[in-house]
Write a protein that binds this ligand. Structure first.
Ligand code: GCB
Length: 590
């Protein structure tokens, strides 16, 4: 199995074939033990489900929705003769959370982690006229997985009988996320086959540096085979601007910069023997200087959202139409950015952001970390940082890495846990982008992690969870917190703030859960943010309503969306449209 450095996005070009294995697959639920016969023999009594998509909401069946443990997918495929002597690679965009892949009865890959791709080169000796591809998927979460699931009595909340006695009552096992989104699972992203010649390009890294009106472009390639790769830089219309060997410094005179809301993408064509690969890239710089966040040397202001990959029926599965709609709605609002809360998003979404000039803060799936999980998650956490940056390093839309969302940073060990990860992220990134951890510590003066990051990112719900309904108190508490963080002379982004709002509930005076309250809540907090020059961004929580575990705090999911789950605007969407269209991307706070 291949992972880590070797995760070029698959493409169809004059040297490579790309075949989709998306579509209707056979599907069966399993139990807590892996049943290899369901990977070797055709499934009996299979359901038919669509891939890519989460399995949970595809049928009106509580067994699918609340499943715990293994599930099995199968389909058959044939390989066209035109593949000939080429290498054939099977690639999964993401399977949540752990999986084993069998081909014609033999295991060919396994993978842990639900939000990043993995691939397996197929051994042609295993191939037949019709091949049985089988995937076992485990959706269980616990103190060692990212995201983190609860264990023991923590699963049932405070006041519940201790776990052992509950166990004895023979409750059906269930996942208890230590995070606030539904644990949608399955083959969530595309499955494909692609070819390369026997000697091939296995990785490409592009870095650019701007100086005196020109861009120095370095294209490095990892090759499987002896020899050197050639590079040709193309403009948007396919005209060649420079060429040379991989690793040479190439110059683009008077480059068109990749700018927020005005994206421009160049292409590096890499040729190696009988292989080639087209890597898009942008010329742009990112830098934290003092309390400013500079893109192309100018102070940028983040206007946008924390999001989710979440929708009706698809669950967390890739829905490219939805992605197109979401980006268009962000532009309609005058937003310019979002955070991939709380996991790496699909490559398809990042490609779209590159094209559309949407700025992205890319986050790992490290959500729900606490003192009980720290010692168990560190290895997976390192791995996911390495793999995420290896996958996403070339995206001009990504301007910062977020290592985690709301870990328990009050713990003494949190600082020791995060500083090596902070250094690792910097080391892995050829563009050396800023790195952060998104915190939410009520006792923020005890937080040692946030001020140690390049940008201080905090989630804050004054007026909702704290001082519920009291917007005056909310504004004062927000100001007090900003007074505290200002001393670190670093930029600050309010990465989450929001209020649950049921679309259609209205009130003359702002009442919690009404559309008017949500709009007034944002207006009250934003008035505070506007007073502080080191506040360089506001990300409302959330872009849209999304599904969560059931519970007394959630009315059919989290309703803090500025849009409904169907993407209809609430009053706050119009409020932000009015505000953000008046806030420029650059130089908002001089
Ligand atoms: C948070 C979390 C987010 C939740 C949100 C909320 O701080 O980061 O995942 O959904 O609060 O609505 O409670």
């Amino acid at each position: 199995m291949i992972s880590g450095d070797f995760m070029l996005y698959p493409q169809l070009n004059e040297k490579r074939l790309l075949i989709s294995l998306n579509g209707i697959w056979d599907f069966a639920l399993g139990g807590e033990e892996l049943e290899t016969d369901k990977l070797i023999n055709p499934l009996t009594d299979a359901k038919r489900l669509y891939v890519p998509a989460s399995y949970n909401d595809q049928q009106a069946d509580i067994a699918l929705r609340d499943h715990y443990g293994w599930a099995y997918y199968q389909r058959r495929f044939s390989v066209p003769e035109s593949v000939g002597e080429n290498r054939l690679v099977l690639r999964f965009g993401a399977v949540a959370h752990a999986c084993a892949v069998f081909l014609n009865g033999k295991e060919i890959a396994s993978h842990v982690g639900g939000f990043l791709p993995f691939e397996a080169e197929l051994d042609c000796r295993l191939l037949q006229a019709s091949n049985l591809l089988a995937v076992a998927v485990d959706n269980r979460i616990n103190y060692s997985t990212l995201p983190v699931g609860n264990e023991g009595s923590a699963m049932f909340g405070s006041g519940a009988p201790d776990f052992e006695s509950v166990r004895k009552t023979k409750l059906k096992p269930q996942n208890y996320p230590n995070f606030d989104f539904f644990n949608y699972c399955g083959i969530n992203r595309p499955v494909s086959l692609y070819t390369t010649p026997a000697e091939y390009i296995s990785d490409v890294t592009v870095t650019t540096e701007l100086s005196q009106g020109s861009a120095r472009v370095l294209v490095c390639a990892v090759l499987s085979g002896e020899g050197e790769a050639q590079v040709s830089l193309l403009d948007k219309d396919g005209n060649e601007l420079a060429s040379g060997k991989a690793g040479d410094e190439l110059i683009i005179d008077n480059p068109v910069l990749w700018q927020p809301n005005a994206a421009y993408l160049y292409t590096a064509k890499i040729s190696f023997k009988n292989d080639c690969y087209y890597q898009k890239f942008g010329v742009r710089s990112v830098e934290v200087r003092g309390n400013q966040f500079l893109i192309n040397g100018k102070p940028f202001y983040f206007k946008g959202f924390g999001k989710h990959e979440d929708s009706e029926i698809h669950g967390r599965g890739l829905d490219e139409t939805l992605n197109v709609k979401d980006i268009s709605l962000m532009k309609w609002l005058g937003a310019n950015s979002f955070r991939t809360s709380h996991y790496p998003y699909s490559e398809e979404m990042l490609n779209l952001c590159d094209e559309e000039g949407i700025v992205v803060i890319a986050e790992t799936p490290a959500v729900g970390l606490n003192s009980k999980s720290y010692k168990n998650t560190i290895a997976a956490h390192r791995g996911v940082i390495e793999d995420m940056i290896a996958r996403d390093k070339n995206h001009p839309s990504i301007v910062m890495w977020s290592l985690a969302n709301e870990p328990n940073t009050e713990e003494a060990e949190a600082y020791n846990y995060f500083m090596p990860l902070y250094e690792l992220a910097h080391k892995c990134d050829p563009q050396n982008r800023p790195v952060t951890v998104v915190v939410s510590n009520n006792d923020y003066v005890k937080d040692r992690v946030a001020p140690a990051m390049d940008v201080i990112c905090a989630n804050r719900y004054y007026g909702w969870y704290i001082f519920a309904g009291n917007l005056d108190a909310a504004a004062q508490a927000m100001a007090a917190e900003l007074d505290y963080f200002e001393r670190f002379s670093k930029p600050f982004i309010l990465t989450e703030y929001g209020a649950d709002t049921i679309s259609g509930i209205h009130s003359a005076v702002p009442n919690m859960f009404s559309e008017e309250f949500q709009a007034e809540y944002y207006d009250a907090v934003n008035a505070v943010l506007d007073k502080y020059s080191f506040v360089i961004g506001e990300h409302a929580w959330n872009f849209a309503d999304f599904q969560t575990i059931q519970g007394i705090l959630r009315a059919d999911g989290n309703k803090k969306g500025v849009f409904t789950r169907e993407r209809r605007p609430k009053l706050a969407a119009h409020y932000f449209r009015n505000r953000w269209r008046g806030i420029p991307d650059f130089d908002y706070k001089k």
